[in-house]
Design a protein around this ligand. Structure first.
Ligand SMILES: Cc1ncc(COP(=O)(O)O)c(C=O)c1O
Length: 368
């Protein structure tokens, strides 16, 4: 294998779906339908159906989905919001940017929030829990819903990495007050640039998000309902995402096959912790195949140097970045993950030969 195996391959996706994507492009361009048009409505309706919510609201990013969710719930200065210590920084930044205080909680072996540690940090100021479903595997939502109910808290699901995953048939993004999705190109439903969405059953939240994504304006009456933002999903982006959403089920099927091949071929290596967990009724869609290697950077560097493009999110946890001014209460699991984490290539477009090569390279590292 002389060429580098890419972590994701947008150009291969384009070749595969060229006919449908080109048709979507020509339709949008020839009609000149750029802002808030039929393609956006169509994508929103298909996304809501897919997730199982009444509404989906297309936005410019996953960050916007988190940010507008918190604003819709009235979260403000003086409020506390529980977030995992191991996540992408945007989960936490959305909290800070509405003026509230993020309270970090460590994660468990499956990279998601440790439900046993949530109640330790709940107090009178706590208003929201943001469980993050990382890599295609959901946080323990039945347990988190129980905690939220007991303490009268809102749930905003950060499902940016887990479109399509579910527990007991209920999809990520359909459990909380809102679900937040990202269509950044590396995501399981990756767009051609930034994109995001809120899913919800709450009509008032849907109305709020539709107005606030368009500077607070009600598009039908022209009335402004508050100082909003410019964070509407582009109609062209929605047209592309609508095409790709149709192919998501087959992409998930292929990901599961690849994950099973990784498991079968690597499970005997004691220094690797593979992302396969026992929790009944939970469906992993493997946006990422994120494992842990006791050899940390030595392992990930070896793969990189041998032509396998991997991702190591995150060697430095976000709360360790001084200028973010966050309180580090000590999160041992997050820190162990930060030393050991490594995501292998995982996409519909990976060929069987490439998967063989990745497995061979991992095994070669452990044979040295
Ligand atoms: C867990 C998580 N939360 C939030 C985000 C933010 O999404 P975006 O990059 O679309 O703003 C991402 C993606 O980057 C993410 O992975």
């Amino acid at each position: 294998m002389s060429e580098r195996i890419p972590f994701v391959a947008p150009s291969r996706v384009y070749s595969k779906l060229k006919e449908e994507l080109d048709a979507a492009y020509f339709e949008v361009m020839s009609k000149g339908d750029l802002i808030d048009r039929q393609h956006l409505k169509s994508f929103e309706s298909h996304l809501a159906d897919f997730v199982g919510t009444k509404y989906a609201i297309g936005l410019n990013s996953g960050y916007d989905a988190l940010h507008l969710s918190l604003r819709a719930l009235g979260i403000k200065e003086g409020d506390e919001v529980i977030v995992p210590a191991h996540t992408f920084v945007a989960t936490c930044s959305a909290v800070v940017n509405v003026g509230a205080t993020p309270v970090l909680v460590d994660v468990t072996r499956d990279f998601n929030i440790d439900i046993k540690k949530i109640e330790e940090v709940i107090n009178d100021r706590t208003k929201v829990i943001i469980p993050v479903h990382l890599s295609g595997w959901m946080a323990d939502m039945p347990a988190i819903m129980k905690i939220a109910k007991k303490h009268n808290l809102f749930i905003v699901e950060d499902a940016c990495q887990s479109l399509g995953s579910s527990i007991s048939g209920i999809k990520a993004g359909a459990w909380g007050k809102t679900g937040c999705f990202s269509f950044y190109p590396f995501k399981i439903l990756g767009g051609y640039g930034d994109g995001g969405a809120i899913t919800t059953d709450d009509e008032n939240i849907a109305i709020f998000a539709r107005r606030m994504r368009f500077n607070g304006e009600d598009r039908e009456t022209g009335e402004y309902h508050g100082h909003g933002f410019t964070c509407l999903m582009d109609n062209l982006q929605a047209a592309f995402l609508d095409v790709k959403l149709r192919h998501l089920p087959e992409s998930i099927k292929r990901r599961k096959i690849i994950a099973q091949r990784y498991l079968n071929s690597l499970k005997d290596i004691p220094d690797l912790l593979l992302p396969h967990y026992d929790r009944s009724e939970s469906d992993h869609v493997y946006q990422n195949y994120t494992l842990r290697s006791k050899q940390g950077s030595e392992f990930s560097d070896y793969l990189l140097n041998n032509g396998v493009e991997i991702l190591t999110q995150f060697r430095k946890p976000y709360y360790k970045h001084q200028e973010l001014n966050l309180i580090d209460r000590g999160f041992p699991e997050t820190e162990a993950i930060s030393r050991e984490v490594c995501s292998l290539p995982m996409s519909y477009e990976l060929t069987d030969d490439e998967i063989d090569y990745i497995i061979k390279t991992v095994r070669a590292f452990y044979r040295r």
